[in-house]
Write a protein that binds this ligand. Structure first.
Ligand SMILES: Nc1ncnc2c1ncn2[C@@H]1O[C@H](COP(=O)(O)OP(=O)(O)OP(=O)(O)O)[C@@H](O)[C@H]1O
Ligand SMILES: [Mg+2]
Length: 359
C-alpha cells in the first residue's frame, strides 16, 4: 500500500525521568510478503537525575540540550530531520480509565462524557486536557463504554514547549499506557495485564478483548530497588545496578542479604498487582478474569522475576513481545535486546506511522 501518512518521517519519543528514547519506523517494501514495519532509527540517551523529576521538567535547558543530542542536531550522529513526533506523557501524572455511560453510542455527546468524567477524574476539568474515544462493542447496546484519558495542562504544555524549542511539531501527546498497550497487545487477546517496570516508574495496564480498561501507577521501580540495596548493603549505585542485573531474584553468597531485600520489595509488588486486579474485577462492568500478564520495561529482564510472579500470582506471566509488529531482521543482537525497554517508544512510533490522528 502507499503510505499516505502526511507526517513524513514521524517518530515516537519516550520521555522518562532518566532517559529519552526514540524510534522511527518505515513501512515494509510494497513487494515484500512480510508487512511488518522496519526500524529506521532507534536511539536513547541517559538523563542525569534532577533534569526531569516525577514527570515534571525541572531543568528545561539541560533536557533541551540532551534532546538535541538524541536528534543528532548537535552535529554528531544520525540526524532526525522530520519535525513530526508522537510523545508520551508521564504515567504518574496522567489518568486513564474506561467508564460506562447509560446512553447508546450513536447518541453520546462530548457534554455527556465531560459530565461523567467530572465524577471520575482526579483533576478539575478546566485544568486538564481530556481525550476520549468510544470503545467499539460487538453487540448493540443501550450503554456506551468510553475510554477517557486526562493530563494536567501544565504538564502537557511544558512538554509541547520543550518539543517546539528543538524544532519538533508534536502531532500527538499520548498517555504512556496506551502506547505500551499498542506495542504489546495482539488481536484477540483475552483479558490480561501489562506490567511496565521501569527505572523510576512502574504501572499496571488492564485490558480485555475491547482494549485498555484502565491503568495505574505502582510503587515499584529499579531506583526503589537501588535505594534499598545502597542503604542496606552499604554499596555504591554502580554496585547496586550490577548486583541487580547479575543476580535478579537469585541468591548470591557474595551478599547473603541481597535476596531478602529483593524479596521484601517483590512482596510489595505482588500486593499491588493483586489489589489492582481485585479492583478491576469489583469495579468494572463485565470484567472477565485476568488470564495472563506480560512484562515490559527494563526490569522485565530481571532473572527469575516472571517465574516468581507466575508462581505467586498463579497467573501465566512472561516478558511481553513489544515488537510483534516490527521486523527485527536488520537489527543487531544488541539492538534486539532493547525490545522491552523500548516498548513505550515502539507504541508511540506505531501511532506515528499508522494513524497519527487517532488509534
Ligand atoms: N537484567 C536486568 N535485571 C534487572 N534490572 C534491570 C535489568 N536490565 C535493566 N534493568 C533495570 O531496568 C531499569 C530501566 O528500565 P527502563 O529502560 O524501562 O526505564 P526507563 O524507561 O528509562 O525509566 P522510566 O520508564 O521509569 O522513566 C533500570 O532500573 C535498570 O537497572
Ligand atoms: Mg519507561
Amino acid at each position: 500500500m502507499f503510505n499516505n501518512n502526511p507526517f513524513e518521517g514521524a517518530f515516537g519519543l519516550d520521555i522518562g525521568d532518566l532517559s529519552l528514547k526514540l524510534i522511527q519506523l518505515t513501512p515494509a517494501s510494497v513487494l515484500s510478503n512480510d508487512k511488518r514495519f522496519h526500524i529506521n532509527h532507534m536511539g536513547s540517551i541517559i538523563l542525569p537525575p534532577g533534569y526531569i523529576v516525577n514527570g515534571e521538567i525541572q531543568q528545561p535547558e539541560m533536557v533541551r540540550h540532551k534532546l538535541l543530542q538524541l536528534l543528532g542536531k548537535d552535529g554528531h550522529g544520525k540526524k532526525i530531520s522530520s519535525p513530526w513526533v508522537v510523545v508520551d506523557l508521564p504515567e504518574p501524572k496522567t489518568f486513564l480509565t474506561s467508564i460506562e455511560i447509560d446512553i447508546p453510542p450513536e447518541q453520546i455527546t462530548r457534554e455527556d462524557v465531560e459530565y461523567q468524567c467530572q465524577k471520575h477524574l482526579p483533576f478539575d476539568l478546566s485544568e486538564a486536557y481530556l481525550d476520549w474515544q468510544i470503545v467499539l462493542q460487538l453487540e448493540k447496546s443501550r450503554h456506551t463504554r468510553v475510554l477517557v484519558g486526562a493530563a494536567p495542562k501544565t504538564i502537557a504544555d511544558s512538554y509541547t514547549y520543550l518539543l517546539e524549542s528543538v524544532g519538533l511539531q508534536p502531532i500527538a501527546l499520548e498517555i504512556e499506557s496506551l502506547a505500551i498497550a499498542r506495542a504489546l497487545m495482539a488481536k484477540g487477546d483475552s483479558a490480561g495485564a501489562i506490567l511496565d517496570l521501569g527505572a523510576t516508574r512502574s504501572s499496571i495496564i488492564i485490558y480485555d478483548a475491547g482494549g485498555v480498561r484502565f491503568s495505574t501507577t505502582i510503587n515499584f521501580s529499579g531506583e526503589i530497588i537501588n535505594m534499598a540495596l545502597i542503604q542496606q548493603l552499604k554499596i555504591t549505585y554502580e554496585e547496586s545496578e550490577e548486583l541487580k542485573t547479575q543476580n535478579g531474584l537469585n541468591y548470591t553468597k557474595e551478599k547473603p542479604d541481597y535476596l531478602k531485600i529483593l524479596d521484601e520489595l517483590i512482596d510489595g509488588l505482588i500486593i499491588e498487582i493483586k489489589k489492582t486486579i481485585t479492583y478491576y474485577q469489583d469495579h468494572y462492568p463485565q470484567a472477565t478474569p485476568i488470564e495472563h500478564i506480560e512484562l515490559c520495561g527494563g526490569m522485565a529482564q530481571m532473572y527469575n522475576l516472571s517465574q516468581t510472579l507466575a508462581r505467586r500470582l498463579k497467573i501465566s506471566t512472561k516478558p511481553g513481545s513489544a515488537w510483534n509488529k516490527i521486523n527485527p531482521a536488520t537489527l543487531t543482537e544488541k539492538e534486539k535486546s532493547l525490545e522491552l525497554t523500548m516498548a513505550s517508544a515502539t507504541g508511540l512510533a506505531l501511532r506515528a506511522i499508522i494513524n497519527p490522528y487517532n488509534d
